[in-house]
Write a protein that binds this ligand. Structure first.
Ligand SMILES: O=P(O)(O)OC[C@H]1O[C@@H](O)[C@H](O)[C@@H](O)[C@@H]1O
Length: 281
C-alpha cells in the first residue's frame, strides 16, 4: 500500500505552525498540523484531502497524481449545486462547479479541541458555506442559500473517499433493512446484513444514523454519520478503470457519501448537508 501522497508535508522534524499554505501539483493547499490531527485542504473546491488523527492511519484516500486542471480525486469533494449529471445540460461537468473553483477561506481557528475552518463560495445569486471541525473526529457541514426570485433546484453531496486496507476486505454494517436504489442494475434494493462492495457498487440508500466501515485488513472501524436529511451513497468502481488512478490505488478506497437528490430551494431558505466520522471499535 502506497503512502498517502499528502503525508509528505508532515516529515519535517522542526516545529510546524498549525496552518501553513503550500503549493502542490499546481494547487494551493492548506497544511494543518495540530496536536490532535494532521490535515490538508485544497483551496480548489475547499476539499479536505487528508485527515489523520494523531497515532492513527489516514482516514481519507487521495489519488497520487492530479490532473493539471479539473477535479482532484480524493478526500471529500463538495459536489454542488448538482450531484452526478446535470439534469438538463449534458455538456456541463459531472458533480457541479464547486469542486473545480477556488473557495475563500473566511476563518480558521485552533484550540485544545482541534481546528475550525469556514470556507465560502459565492456564485451568481448563490452562496455555499462549508464549516469544518477537525480533531479526534471529523465533522463537515455544508449550507446553501440563494437570492434568486424563484425557487431553484439543488442537489449536492459530500463525496467522501475513505481510505481502507483493501476493498476486498471491508464491510459496511448499519444498513441492514435500508431501502435503496442500485444504479448498476437499475433496480430498487433492500440491504440484507452487511454490504460488501468488492466487484463494484453504486447504491443510494435512505438511511438515518451511523454506519460502520469495518476494515479487516487494517483492523479498523470508522463510524460514519451522513446526517438525518441525506441519502447515503456507496460507490466503488470495481474493475472499471479510473483516469489517472492505478488498479492498486483504487483498491485503497471506498466512497460513503452524504448526498441529497434534487430538491426545490425557496429564496432565503437554507439547505444543509453534514458528514461526521469517529473511530469505533
Ligand atoms: O468521476 P467523478 O465525476 O468524480 O464521479 C465519481 C463517481 O461518483 C459517484 O458518486 C457516482 O455514483 C458515480 O457514477 C461516479 O462515477
Amino acid at each position: 500500500m502506497h503512502e498517502h501522497p499528502l503525508q509528505r508535508f508532515f516529515k519535517s522534524l522542526r516545529e510546524q505552525p498549525v496552518f501553513a499554505w503550500e503549493r502542490f501539483q499546481m494547487r494551493d493547499v492548506l497544511v494543518i498540523n495540530h496536536p490532535l490531527c494532521q490535515a490538508v485542504f485544497s483551496r480548489q473546491g475547499a476539499q479536505l484531502l487528508h485527515f489523520q488523527p494523531t497515532g492513527q492511519k489516514p482516514w481519507l484516500w487521495c489519488a497520487a497524481k492530479w490532473p493539471q486542471v479539473g477535479a482532484i480525486r480524493g478526500g471529500v469533494p463538495v459536489c454542488w449545486p448538482w450531484y452526478g449529471r446535470h439534469p438538463s445540460e449534458n455538456a456541463w461537468p459531472s458533480h457541479g462547479w464547486a469542486r473545480l473553483i477556488d473557495w475563500k477561506l473566511l476563518d480558521s481557528s485552533t484550540d485544545d479541541d482541534g481546528v475550525r475552518l469556514h470556507w465560502q463560495l459565492q456564485l451568481c445569486d448563490w452562496q455555499v458555506d462549508l464549516h469544518a471541525h477537525l480533531g479526534e473526529t471529523l465533522e463537515l457541514r455544508l449550507s446553501t442559500e440563494h437570492q434568486d426570485e424563484l425557487p431553484c433546484q439543488l442537489s449536492h453531496a459530500l463525496h467522501a473517499y475513505w481510505r481502507i486496507g483493501n476493498v476486498g476486505e471491508i464491510a459496511l454494517s448499519g444498513l441492514d433493512g435500508a431501502q435503496g436504489y442500485d444504479q448498476l442494475s437499475r433496480q430498487v434494493c433492500q440491504q440484507q446484513g452487511e454490504l460488501r462492495v468488492d466487484g463494484g457498487c453504486q447504491r443510494v440508500f435512505q438511511h438515518e444514523g451511523e454506519l460502520q466501515l469495518k476494515d479487516h485488513a487494517w483492523q479498523r472501524e470508522l463510524c460514519i454519520d451522513t446526517g438525518d436529511s441525506a441519502d447515503t451513497v456507496v460507490w466503488h468502481p470495481g474493475s472499471r478503470p479510473l483516469l489517472g488512478v492505478s488498479f492498486n490505488e483504487a483498491s485503497g478506497f471506498v466512497c460513503v457519501e452524504s448526498a441529497m437528490a434534487g430538491a426545490s430551494l425557496a429564496p432565503g431558505e437554507r439547505a444543509h448537508l453534514s458528514l461526521q466520522a469517529r473511530a469505533g471499535g
